[in-house]
Design a protein around this ligand. Sequence first.
Ligand code: PLP
Length: 391
Amino acid sequence: MIKLIKNTFYREEDTKSKLIEFIRGAKILSMNKEVLKFEHDFAAYQGRQYCTMFNSGSSANLALMQALVNLGRLKRNDTVGFSSLTWVTNVTPMLQLGLNIYPLEVELNNLNVSQRYLAQGHTQQPLQALFLTNLLGFCADIDAIAKYCQANNIMLLEDNCESLGSAIAGKKLGNFGLASTYSFYVAHHLSTIEGGAVCTDDAELDEMLRMVRAHGWDRNLSADRQQVIRQTNRVADSFYAQYTFYTLGYNLRPTEINGFLGHTQIPYLPEMVARRQANFKRFMTIVENHPDQFEALKFDHMDVVSNFAMPIVCKTKEIFDQSTKLLMENGVEIRPIVGGSMIEQPFFQNLQLGDFSSLHNAHHIHAHGFYFGNHADLTDEEVNFVVNLFK
Ligand SMILES: Cc1ncc(COP(=O)(O)O)c(C=O)c1O
């Protein structure tokens, strides 16, 4: 059986041994210096000034939206565009915070929103922000998207939960907008079992994210910033200062276990990304050798495609049925392309936001797409087995 996930961690034995040793020796397992070390190392890896770790990618998305609302940078009834092909918790935090949402069409040959589909959406419904998903390691013309956002005063945010390590024109995905989110759930590029993060270069936003992460209090800010916040809110007494709630927050904290796992594996990231990229190129031969059956995938504009699964979009329902049967009968685990198109989901349809049937590509990918795993632990034999099934 070739499953979507083989192991919880890359170099599983080694990581588990280190984890056991760490737990035995650790005095504190709730959020502390291991999380801080991960944040420092991950910001350095990503090439961003700040990183705040969370207990999941979904929490990172929620915290980012809440932080922007707390700062008044997003307001109730502002409209945020999003990629029709994404994961549900890319979208639901915006609804929960009273923001309007607007689904955008994606390109068939890279599964992502492009500048032309952003412009089309913005013409139909003016957007104040775009929460762009970089789907399965791919992107469209993200540079043009960033320029369009700048010219049209649209705040660009990236959900990079599926594309850690991907790069275009020498720049990592996740570094094109104000902030980007990451998931470290088991099946993703780097696993902390559960975990997530937001990266940004904006100090004010990072500070707010730390308050949103833990109850709206100031404990995770620098002493200087605590002093300013306490003075502004006239909290003179240090007895109460520890229990003063300045803004709207949650408890979305990771543990020291997540932090430890994260920073222990960051050194392996280049190797994990390289292995996935190599597997991806082999898997691409399936698509390239059957242009009459599968939709072409274009990625020559990218330096690195780092995905955790290989998407295949069939041209027809018949080919979809044949291909999924072939894989399942041969023990290859498959699933829809992430969560499919959000437009097709009951939670979205129940909102009755309008008729989005013109988003043909999103629908086609939803109806005729599937993916199988692309992890760093796949052997050459396993990759060849899948490739050969299609010969
Ligand atoms: C695009 C996207 N955003 C957010 C998430 C949520 O991440 P998590 O599973 O860590 O909550 C996922 C999860 O796979 C995702 O694919």
